[in-house]
Structure formats: structure tokens, C-alpha cells
Design a protein around this ligand. Structure first.
Ligand code: DGY
Length: 436
């Protein structure tokens, strides 16, 4: 593998998706500016184009709602090839939504502080504090909002209201979706557009899941995106291990930036103490189980399915070294190997589960960012050798197949959509980034 060439191709991919203001997630299937991708794109840009890194983040921060909420999509004006678009979300029903732009009304895991940290860190001799200071305040406001409306019980675990707020068709949500028992009259009229952009419908969630996705948005818009009210009786609520772990990681980075700006970071420290102190109780079914599982608040149980979200506490660096060692040991049962049987890959859903499907979205395929979360998590806990092998396994996949949305861990082939910005982003950080 020629890493230099791969790096150049990844930079070119991001530039091809750059509109002049922001990076399109993938032309066709995802033609807008997407939530948790954006700050990691900015992280990647910070290695080679600092101005673009700041623009990428700023375009998202400009769409922040007055209450601190950051939406998962900022819609490109006039772009109609994606459903659900602004007409469906109707997010302006909320008095907090911005006037100048159309956005969705759900969020995604809060990666913003990572983008912020890397822009500051990679700015070298250039003084970027004029940009960093207000961005820091906005991200802090978003974190306050999340603690306020996504953890009103002060449990130390954040709640998601929609599968799209984490990983769309992860098997973890299956039972909760079935238990909703939706009837035709519950589901607003809609037409899917995603299937027109991909080769094989097996690569996307089935209609029964889509019915639930639109139903949940309908429930939220009926409450005018008043998140406090939504919390009271929303039919889908998970205390999510991935969302919470990423929030914890984000706070670690935000705190460092806050300190360099001489801010009082005690509020962030209080959140971290709360999250860390309750993490084992929140996400472990019994103290001896080594995997962490999300908790279904509606059906009141922890969903014990082996998926990549169980590994995200490593990325959060939220667990003790001893717990991490157990988790890393257990994690080996997740691995699948490349064609030469030499390099490990981390599927999104374990091939030991009944739900494993090697070409289907989050139900098996290897994704760039989940691989990156695990890779970084291993580095944080000092497992450098394993981290390197996972990194090489992933870079080989991209080198052989190109910048796909995800890859089959069985065949190595790319699936979903091509020209996927986030895959290029992760390649850039894996090649450029050193260890932290
Ligand atoms: C989609 O439309 O598939 C997205 O994952 C929602 O953000």
C-alpha cells in the first residue's frame, strides 16, 4: 500500500465533496451537511487546510438552535433528492430553530469538541483564538443542552430519541421497534428516496424500520421539538452507551481547550464525574459482564446484543484500565479477518449474532468511524500493537476498494454509497495523526 498516494486521494475526495461552504456527506444519498461527520471532517482538514476546517465547523455552528441544540442535518437549499427533507421535519415549528437555514430536528453524537481541539492544536504559529473562543462557547452550550434535556434524571447517561441519533438499523433497536406495534394509521404518508441511490436494497434498512423512523419524527414534530415534553412520553428512548461515551470523550477535549483559554471548566468536570461514577451501573447488566449495553427506557431492559457500541467506552476513556483490559479481551470475539487472514477488522455487528448481515448497513459491515473509535480507544488504553493492526486492516480495505460508505468484512467489497466523505476523513487522520 502506498500511504502517501492514499492520503492524497483522501484529500482529493474531501475536496471533491466541498461546496465552498461545507462538505457534502456523499452526493446522491446524503446530499446535505451531516451532524457527527462534520467535526471529524474539520479534524481531518486541520492537517492540511485550517481555513476550511474552521469553515466546515462554522457552517454547522451557524445552524445551532437558540436552546443549544445542534441538528443532525443542515439542508442544502433546493436539494430534493433526500427524504426526509425540510418539508417533513418542519423544524421551524420550534421557536428555537434558526431562521436563515433549514435543519432536521434530531441530533447525533456530539463530536464537535474533537474538531475544535484539533483546529486549535494544528494551528501552529497562527492565532486562531478569535474563532476558537466563540466556538468553544457554542459547543459548551450544546453540551449543557444535552445534559439538561437528554439526562433530566441526572443519571450520567444520555438518551437518544431516534435510531438515527446513533447507528440507524443496529440490531439493538429491533425489539423496541417491534414492541411499538405500529399500525398503518400511525405512519404518515411518505416515499423513500434512499433506495434510488444504491445498487441493492439489502444495503439499506427495510420498510418496517423506515416506518418507525418517520413515525418517530412525526411524534417529535407534533411536540414542536420541545425536547422536555418529548422526554415525557416519547415511544423510543435509549440510554445509549455510544452517545454517552462519545459525549464523555468530547468533554475531555473540550476541557483541554477550555483550560488553554483560561476558562473555568468545573462544570465539565462535574459532568464527567457524574458520567464516570455511574457508567458501570448504567451500562452493565451484572458487574462481571465485560461488555457494555444500551438501556431501553421504555421496555426497561439492557439490550445484550454484541455490536460495536459495546466497545465505545474505550473511545470515551471513561472506564478503568482493568475494565478496559477485560473489554479488549472480550473484543477479540468481534474480529473478522481480511482475505489473507492477517489483519483484524471490526464489524458493526458481531458475526456471532443471528442478525449479522455482511452487506447491510450497521448490521455487520465495517464502517470507517466505528473502526476509528475502536482504534483510538485502543491507543488511549495503551494497546498500540492491536490498534496498528486494526488501522492497517482498514487502510487496506480502502486502498483496495475506494471511499465507500462501508465494507463487507467477508469480501472486503465496498457497499452503500461511493465518494463518502467520512471514510476519506478517517483515512486522513489514521495516516496523519500521531498518538494521543
Ligand atoms: C439516513 O438518512 O440514512 C441517515 O442515516 C439519517 O441521518
Amino acid at each position: 500500500m502506498d500511504k502517501h498516494k492514499l492520503l492524497q486521494e483522501a484529500q482529493k475526495q474531501l475536496s471533491d465533496n466541498w461546496t465552498g461552504e461545507y462538505t457534502v456527506a456523499a452526493p446522491g444519498l446524503y446530499p446535505h451537511h451531516w451532524g457527527w461527520d462534520t467535526p471529524i471532517n474539520a479534524l481531518a482538514y486541520s492537517y492540511f487546510n485550517l481555513d476550511r476546517a474552521m469553515q466546515e465547523m462554522q457552517h454547522q455552528l451557524d445552524a445551532q438552535w437558540d436552546n443549544g441544540f445542534i441538528p443532525h442535518i443542515i439542508f442544502a437549499p433546493g436539494e430534493t433528492s433526500y427524504f426526509p427533507g425540510p418539508d417533513f421535519y418542519q423544524s421551524k415549528r420550534s421557536p428555537d430553530a434558526p431562521d436563515h437555514v433549514e435543519t432536521s430536528g434530531i441530533t447525533q453524537p456530539p463530536t464537535q469538541a474533537l474538531g475544535l481541539y484539533y483546529i486549535k492544536r494544528n494551528s501552529g504559529a497562527r492565532d486562531v483564538d478569535n474563532w476558537v473562543e466563540p466556538a468553544y462557547e457554542q459547543i459548551l452550550h450544546y453540551h449543557e443542552h444535552l445534559m439538561d434535556v437528554r439526562d433530566p434524571e441526572d443519571s450520567g447517561a444520555l438518551t437518544i430519541f431516534h435510531p438515527w441519533e446513533c447507528m440507524d438499523d443496529l440490531p439493538v433497536w429491533d425489539e423496541a421497534i417491534v414492541a411499538m406495534n405500529l399500525e398503518d394509521k400511525d405512519i404518515p404518508d411518505y416515499e423513500r428516496k434512499d433506495l434510488a441511490h444504491i445498487d441493492d436494497p439489502i444495503e439499506r434498512p427495510p420498510d418496517i424500520f423506515y416506518d418507525c423512523y418517520v413515525y418517530l419524527i412525526d411524534q417529535m414534530r407534533k411536540k414542536n421539538y420541545n425536547f422536555r415534553e418529548i422526554y415525557e412520553d416519547h415511544p423510543f428512548k435509549f440510554k445509549d452507551v455510544a452517545f454517552t461515551s462519545i459525549f464523555y470523550a468530547a468533554n475531555r477535549y473540550l476541557k483541554v481547550v477550555g483550560e488553554t483559554l483560561s476558562r473555568d471548566t468545573s462544570q465539565i468536570e462535574d459532568w464527567q464525574t457524574l458520567i464516570r461514577g455511574n457508567f458501570e451501573d448504567n451500562f452493565k447488566t451484572d458487574p462481571n459482564s465485560q461488555l457494555y449495553f444500551s438501556y431501553d427506557l421504555i421496555n426497561q431492559h439492557r439490550v445484550q446484543k454484541d455490536t460495536v457500541v459495546s466497545l465505545l467506552p474505550l473511545f470515551g476513556k471513561v472506564i478503568e484500565q482493568e475494565q478496559a483490559d477485560y473489554l479488549i479481551e472480550k473484543m477479540r470475539r468481534f474480529f473478522m479477518y481480511n482475505q489473507e487472514e492477517t489483519l483484524p477488522m471490526v464489524p458493526t455487528t458481531s458475526d456471532q449474532t443471528d442478525e449479522f448481515a455482511h452487506q447491510t448497513y450497521w448490521r455487520g459491515p465495517v464502517w470507517a468511524m466505528t473502526t476509528w473509535f475502536v482504534y483510538r480507544g485502543l491507543v488511549y488504553y495503551g494497546e498500540y500493537h492491536l490498534a496498528d493492526r486494526i488501522k492497517h486492516g482498514f487502510l487496506e480495505l480502502v486502498d483496495q476498494s475506494g471511499f465507500w460508505e462501508y465494507y463487507s468484512p467477508k469480501t472486503g467489497e465496498g457497499h452503500g454509497i461511493h465518494d463518502f466523505a467520512w471514510t476519506a476523513t478517517i483515512v486522513i487522520d489514521m495516516i496523519e495523526g500521531s498518538r494521543y
